[in-house]
Write a protein that binds this ligand. Structure first.
Ligand code: 2BA
Length: 112
């Protein structure tokens, strides 16, 4: 068995959960926050049989789209005072997603 941890954009999460459940996968949704953008995203946990892993990944790949976002840079620029933390933020464009996926081996799966 594998545990799939998929970090996806909030905009894709509802459609993705529906698609996964239609294919018979069990899904747990967590409300999470990206460390870079400090914006909300969604993390899904799926426990799947080894034989079903590629099917689950295919659904995730099909649904999740990459999008451009403008973010305020969290980094200091010349003239900023790193001692006092007085940084001047400036806009940068980042491409987010489709999905960031981790696949872990599951040692044991039990329901009580
Ligand atoms: P965030 O950390 O908010 O990152 C959003 C997007 O900002 C990233 O999209 C990437 O394009 C950009 N980005 C992140 N860190 C950066 C940096 N140090 N410098 C420049 N640009 C940076 P994605 O790569 O698609 O990641 C989407 C979300 O997936 C991330 O949101 C984070 O919540 C998660 N994630 C991505 N890689 C991860 C990892 N290795 N471990 C844990 N979570 C990860």
């Amino acid at each position: 068995m594998k545990l799939i941890i998929a970090i996806v954009q909030d905009e894709d999460s509802s459609r993705l959960i529906s698609a996964l459940m239609n294919e018979g996968f069990s899904v747990t949704k967590l409300a999470t926050t990206g460390g870079f953008l400090r914006a909300g995203n969604t993390t899904l946990l799926l426990g799947v049989d080894d034989a079903q892993m590629n099917a689950a990944l295919a659904v995730i790949e099909k649904i999740c789209k990459s999008r451009k976002q403008i973010a305020a840079s969290p980094s200091p620029i010349a003239g900023g005072n790193s001692a006092t933390g007085s940084y001047v933020p400036y806009p940068i464009e980042v491409v987010v997603g489709g999905a960031t996926v981790f696949v872990l081996g599951v040692e044991q799966f039990t329901k009580f």
